[in-house]
Design a protein around this ligand. Structure first.
Ligand SMILES: [Zn+2]
Length: 110
């Protein structure tokens, strides 16, 4: 249940970490912590890059414009305002670059 994680990135709203053992990536947003297998994390990142807030956002019951994203778990969804969505995209982009760099370093030298 508990992973031995290292922090990849932290921002005002988000926190992303990876487990040394199982390699699962945790994304924390406010009080919600969602864990992804690396391949699903990449899928989540890639899906986000194609989403436009303007066209995908909806009006919440409280009258706020927000975007609703699947977490990969039934019945649990994230909701983000425009600013939060921008921040999320920014941290995910940075984490992806870090993970890609790590992968390159782990490859045996030719
Ligand atoms: Zn783990």
């Amino acid at each position: 249940m508990n992973c031995n994680t290292k922090i990849l990135i932290e921002s005002d709203l988000f926190y992303i970490a990876q487990c040394h053992q199982c390699k699962k990536i945790s994304l924390q947003y406010k009080n919600i912590l969602v864990k992804f297998l690396p391949k699903y994390f990449y899928g989540f990142c890639n899906a986000l890059e194609r989403i436009e807030f303007k066209t995908m956002s909806v009006l919440s019951p409280q009258g706020k414009r927000q975007i609703v994203l699947n977490t990969g778990h039934h019945d649990i969804q994230f909701t983000f305002t425009d600013c939060e969505f921008d921040e999320l995209r920014d941290v995910l982009q940075q984490v992806k670059i870090m993970l890609d760099a790590e992968k390159l370093l782990q490859q045996p030298q030719a």
